[in-house]
Write a protein that binds this ligand. Structure first.
Ligand code: AMP
Length: 173
C-alpha cells in the first residue's frame, strides 16, 4: 500500500516556477483507499502522544491536517498566509524553496497546556515548519511532533526543525 501511495504522488516539472519539481498530492486525495491509508499512517506515530491540537499549514496542509486532527481526537488550527485570518494574529516571515512569505496564526489558538503536532503536505527547505514552530512558541504551547506526507530529502529541511522533536514523513524523495 505504501508503494501505491508513493506512486500516486505526481511530479510536475517547472511548477510554479522554472526549476521546481512540484509534488502534486491530488491523486492521493481523489482515491478513497489511498486517502484513508495516508491519514491512518500519518496518525500512527502519534496515537499515544497526547496531541491536543494539530496545526495545518495553508493551503494543502489544511486537508490532511484537519483529517489528522479528527483521527487523533485533537483540535485543528489553521496557519495562513498574511492577511487571511480575521482575528488578532502573531506572524513570522521565512524563506521557502521559491521566494519568501509571511504566515500568521490567531493569538488565542494555542494555549500553554497544548501538545501540538505541526503538519504540512510537503517539507522542502523546512522554513515553513520552522516558522510555524516559532508561532506556537509565542502562545506557550509545546510542539511534540512534525508530520509530513512528503519529504524532499535532498533539501535537508529537517536540519531547520527542533532536533529534540520527532519528525515523521510517509514518503521520501
Ligand atoms: P519549505 O518551507 O521549503 O519546507 O516549503 C514548504 C512549503 O512549500 C509547503 O507548504 C509545501 O507545500 C510547499 N512546497 C515547497 N516545495 C514544494 C515542492 N517541490 N512540491 C510541492 N510543494 C512544495
Amino acid at each position: 500500500m505504501m508503494e501505491r501511495l508513493s506512486r500516486a504522488v505526481r511530479t510536475v516539472a517547472d511548477f510554479p516556477t522554472s526549476g521546481i519539481q512540484f509534488k502534486d498530492i491530488t491523486p492521493i486525495l481523489s482515491d478513497a483507499e489511498l486517502l484513508r491509508f495516508a491519514v491512518e499512517s500519518l496518525a500512527d506515530p502519534y496515537r499515544n502522544a497526547g496531541i491536543t491540537k494539530v496545526i495545518g499549514i495553508e493551503a494543502r496542509g489544511f486537508i490532511f491536517g484537519a483529517m489528522l486532527a479528527d483521527e487523533l481526537n485533537a483540535g485543528f488550527i489553521p496557519v495562513r498566509k498574511k492577511g487571511k485570518l480575521p482575528y488578532t494574529t502573531v506572524e513570522e516571515t521565512y524563506s521557502l524553496e521559491y521566494g519568501s512569505d509571511t504566515i500568521e496564526m490567531h493569538t488565542d489558538a494555542v494555549h500553554e497546556s497544548d501538545r501540538v503536532l505541526i503538519h504540512d503536505d510537503v517539507i522542502a527547505t523546512g522554513g515553513t515548519a520552522a516558522a510555524t514552530h516559532r508561532l506556537v512558541a509565542f502562545g506557550g504551547g509545546s510542539v511534540v511532533g512534525y508530520s509530513f506526507l512528503v519529504e524532499l530529502s535532498d533539501l535537508n529541511g529537517r536540519a531547520l526543525l527542533d532536533h529534540g522533536v520527532p519528525v515523521h514523513s510517509l514518503l521520501k524523495y
